[in-house]
Design a protein around this ligand. Structure first.
Ligand SMILES: *[C@@H]1O[C@H](CO)[C@@H](O)[C@H](O)[C@H]1NC(C)=O
Length: 207
């Protein structure tokens, strides 16, 4: 009985020595030179291939650490709040990417020459001056697009029907306003007295 348990402990010890030499640079639950107890019980049990070498002392396999070898470790460490999922594999918070979460990433990227940068730990697109929006997807029109016009490219408005001009500020009257009348909104003339009517054609009777 005693020799049988001694035999199994020698076998286990040989396995541990193999582990120690395989993972020479890996951090581990205990230092080399431990007292080994083949009857040791570990509660909670050693995870991820760790070996229980003394009561409640796990010898962790390479890439794991913690009391019961429950934590994976990542080298280099996961940056920017990334979590080590398994050895060498980080799960990155949104806004960060790369193997160690060391790269800033903007969801969907930055368009139109925008650059993804970190501002107070949050990824943001830094847009060129003529573009705006979270992805630099919106053009800016410094002149403004009036009367329902939409800015479609830097400085270029797409005007709604009946309007023209760089800022959609010029109304269009399909029939011209006569006698000095002015087109003030689509197909609407403001007439000069004494003229009136849709196109300022009629002369008002003065009493
Ligand atoms: C380990 O724990 C068991 C029971 O939990 C106990 O019987 C044994 O004596 C302990 N061994 C050592 C070395 O403390």
């Amino acid at each position: 009985m005693a020799s049988e348990s001694l035999g199994s402990s020698v076998l286990l010890l040989a396995a541990l020595v193999a582990l120690v030499s395989a993972g020479s640079d890996a951090p581990r639950g205990v230092a080399v030179g431990f007292v080994f107890d083949p009857k040791a019980k570990c509660d909670p049990p050693c995870e991820h291939g760790g070996v229980c070498i003394r009561n409640n002392t796990c010898f962790c396999s390479r890439g794991y650490e913690g009391e019961s070898c429950q934590y994976a470790n990542c080298y280099p460490k996961c940056k920017n709040g990334g979590v080590c999922l398994r050895p060498g594999k980080c799960r990155c918070p949104s806004g960060f990417g790369g193997k160690y979460c060391h790269k800033v990433t903007c969801d969907g990227g930055c368009w139109n020459g925008g650059e993804c940068i970190a501002v107070n730990g949050v990824a943001k697109c830094n847009c060129p001056s003529s573009w705006t929006g979270s992805k630099c997807q919106e053009a800016t029109c410094p002149q403004g697009c009036r009367n329902g016009g939409v800015c479609v490219a830097p400085g270029i408005c797409s005007c709604s029907e009946g309007w023209l001009g760089g800022a959609c500020h010029t109304a269009v009257c399909t029939q011209p306003c006569l006698n000095g009348g002015k087109c003030i909104s689509p197909n609407k003339c403001r007439c000069r007295p004494p003229f009136s009517g849709p196109h300022c054609k009629e002369r008002k009777k003065l009493h």
